[in-house]
Ligand binder design. Structure first.
Ligand code: HEC
Ligand code: HEC
Ligand code: HEC
Ligand code: HEC
Ligand code: HEC
Ligand code: HEC
Ligand code: HEC
Length: 409
């Protein structure tokens, strides 16, 4: 190779190395506020590739994201981009050079408009959007409702005018992100939160569930021969209640937090994070989109009459398995099968048909009373539907399923 070429290629390599270090640094700095004990999900990919790859497809990973044309699900093109409140008032979704906006108009005169900064919700059912202004996050007036493929008035917002001033507290991020940077001030007797723009670790990442893992990464990287995990909680060795609490942190509804939900690590007890609830409303009436899966599941006979059932009895936390009823039904049949004489007692259907979908009869999707969304042009709101985790016998739902099966055949 001639010397000049060698010199040029060395320069190129040096440049690439420096550049990639800068990029790495930029990525690191973005999440640096989370603290040096965290390594970030990308650091797990090398040694846990299969888990990492499937995890990237989960609702947890996508439950909060920076807003852009690929993450916001709804339409920015006429006529679907308009939500009408009355003949004079509307909000239009606008893709501008400076970003995506919700812009209010009164008789076509521009009023308030704000940018989509953050998407909350993976978009299985719904997405809602936040904008940042002067240290606060606010929810935008319109959400996207997936079953209706339509923009919809954000839940709990007034139906007659766009509201731009609903402030969003850090608890929202506590369930929908892996960390948010905030500071708190006292104003009289009130605690006021402020946020730095873009200081969010989006999605629910590996370390949100497994706890900080920088030491684990460091150790395993410098001891590649070591096949045992160090500096990492072994979930298999936790008590069943501890395993349940790992999920119940976010799946037991909106409690009043005693300390930051971000501090929760596997092995911790949920009771240390929330004030106890003294008023226990009727279990099924408690359901809302921020589902109380924990309460409903633990009230089910399946749970009460077995010893060590937990969320992982049916869910693989690293895979997206939504809508795969046959797969979930197989998990029911680990316990409920003809050999154990506790298979389904419904006489109307043969076992091979029952086996395809235990779920629609025993865990039906029921309409939420709390979360309803008014879509464009509709007079009454549509309820979101939620899969109940109270596993029992639903006579009415069974009739519907039987009718559906009859129609299909
Ligand atoms: C240099 C390789 C390496 C990296 C990087 C790495 N791990 Fe591990 N990890 C291992 C090894 C080896 C084990 C033990 C074998 C196994 O369970 O796969 C392990 C096990 C685990 C376990 C199971 C613990 C148990 O025994 O129940 C968890 C959880 C885990 N790692 C999480 C993470 C997370 C989160 C990250 C990223 C922040 C990460 N690991 C990065 C090598 C690594
Ligand atoms: C206690 C934890 C918790 C808090 C606090 C919380 N959420 Fe949720 N949220 C959830 C859970 C769990 C789900 C999924 C529930 C389900 O599907 O049954 C969810 C679902 C959603 C969805 C629908 C996602 C989809 O595609 O299905 C949206 C949108 C949403 N939340 C927005 C918010 C906003 C905005 C806030 C703050 C004002 C908030 N949530 C506060 C736990 C929480
Ligand atoms: C929603 C919470 C959650 C998230 C997010 C999560 N895990 Fe897990 N992980 C668990 C639970 C719970 C178990 C125990 C599973 C069981 O009991 O079957 C587990 C088990 C593991 C294990 C050991 C058992 C196995 O399957 O090999 C490894 C390794 C692991 N996780 C790595 C990761 C990595 C890497 C990521 C991110 C790419 C990640 N996890 C994201 C909850 C989570
Ligand atoms: C930090 C909060 C948090 C923790 C911890 C958490 N989840 Fe979630 N989970 C959520 C939120 C938020 C959603 C809604 C995601 C979306 O936007 O669609 C969700 C959605 C889900 C879904 C529905 C989406 C799907 O993939 O089918 C399942 C199932 C689920 N979680 C199971 C679990 C289990 C099991 C655990 C414990 C191992 C767990 N979660 C721990 C917050 C959490
Ligand atoms: C870990 C084992 C296990 C798994 C997995 C399991 N169950 Fe159960 N289930 C039980 C036990 C134990 C009982 C109580 C039986 C009794 O009372 O004799 C029960 C009870 C029931 C009942 C009767 C409830 C009532 O209120 O009378 C139904 C229906 C049921 N299970 C359906 C299901 C479905 C559907 C699934 C899957 C989504 C499932 N089970 C998964 C163990 C399990
Ligand atoms: C007996 C099996 C079983 C157990 C145990 C179980 N789930 Fe589920 N879960 C399901 C099935 C089946 C679905 C419906 C899946 C679908 O519609 O794609 C579901 C759906 C969900 C959803 C999405 C709800 C919706 O309507 O979008 C969440 C969130 C969830 N589970 C969380 C949990 C948590 C947290 C636990 C533990 C407290 C848990 N599950 C325990 C079977 C189970
Ligand atoms: C078409 C709706 C439907 C489907 C599908 C279905 N079940 Fe059932 N199941 C019922 C009804 C209704 C009963 C009550 C039957 C009776 O007592 O006459 C029942 C009874 C049961 C029982 C007995 C509860 C008791 O009283 O002890 C269990 C356990 C059960 N089902 C589990 C399952 C499992 C597991 C599957 C999937 C393999 C399944 N079921 C599929 C509707 C259904």
């Amino acid at each position: 190779m001639n010397k000049r070429l060698l010199y040029v290629s060395c320069c190129i390599i040096a440049c690439i190395t420096i550049l990639s270090q800068c990029i790495n640094k930029a990525e690191k700095n973005e999440a640096a506020f989370r603290g040096p004990q965290y390594a970030g999900a990308a650091a797990c990919a090398g040694c846990h590739k299969n888990i990492f790859d499937t995890y990237m497809g989960t609702a947890h990973y996508h439950t909060s994201m920076p807003a852009n044309t690929s993450t916001v699900k709804g339409s920015f093109a006429a006529p679907d981009h308009t939500f009408t409140y009355d003949s004079a008032t509307k909000v239009v979704m606008e893709a501008r050079d400076s970003g995506l906006f919700q812009a209010a108009y009164n008789n076509d005169v521009p009023q308030e408009s704000h940018r989509f900064d953050i998407v909350v919700g993976s978009g299985r059912k719904a997405q809602t959007y936040l904008y940042w202004q002067a240290g606060k996050y606010f929810q935008l007036p319109l959400s996207y409702f997936v079953p209706a493929h339509s923009w919809a008035n954000s839940p709990g917002f007034p139906a007659d005018h766009p509201k731009f001033d609903r402030m969003i507290p850090s608890t929202c991020f506590g369930c929908h992100s892996s960390m948010v940077a905030k500071s708190t001030d006292m104003q009289g007797v009130h605690i006021v939160e402020s946020f730095e723009k873009n200081q969010v670790v989006y999605g629910i990442d590996c370390e949100r569930c497994h706890g900080p893992a920088a030491e684990h990464v460091q150790f395993q990287s410098s001891h590649p021969q070591e096949k045992k995990a160090m500096y990492m909680t072994r979930i298999a060795e936790l008590k069943n209640q501890q395993k349940l609490d790992m999920c119940a942190l976010c799946h037991s509804g909106l409690g009043t937090p005693q300390k930051s939900m971000f501090d929760f690590k596997p092995g911790d007890a949920l009771s240390g994070y929330f004030f106890p609830e003294f008023t226990a409303p009727k279990r099924t009436a408690q359901m809302d989109v921020h589902g109380t899966q924990y309460q409903l599941f633990t009230a089910s006979k399946c749970f009460m009459k077995s010893n060590d059932m937990n969320c992982s009895s049916c869910h693989n936390p690293h895979n997206s398995e939504s809508n795969n009823m046959e797969l979930f039904s197989q998990r029911c049949m680990h316990c409920h099968n003809t050999a154990s004489h506790n298979f389904c007692k419904l006489a109307e259907l043969p076992a091979n048909i029952l086996a395809k979908n235990c779920i629609d009869c025993h865990m039906p999707a029921l309409p939420s009373a709390n979360i309803t969304l008014l879509t464009n042009g509709k007079q009454s709101p549509t309820p979101d539907s939620i899969r109940t985790h109270l596993i029992t016998i639903y006579k009415e739902e069974t009739k519907k399923v039987l009718a559906r099966l009859k129609q299909a055949s």
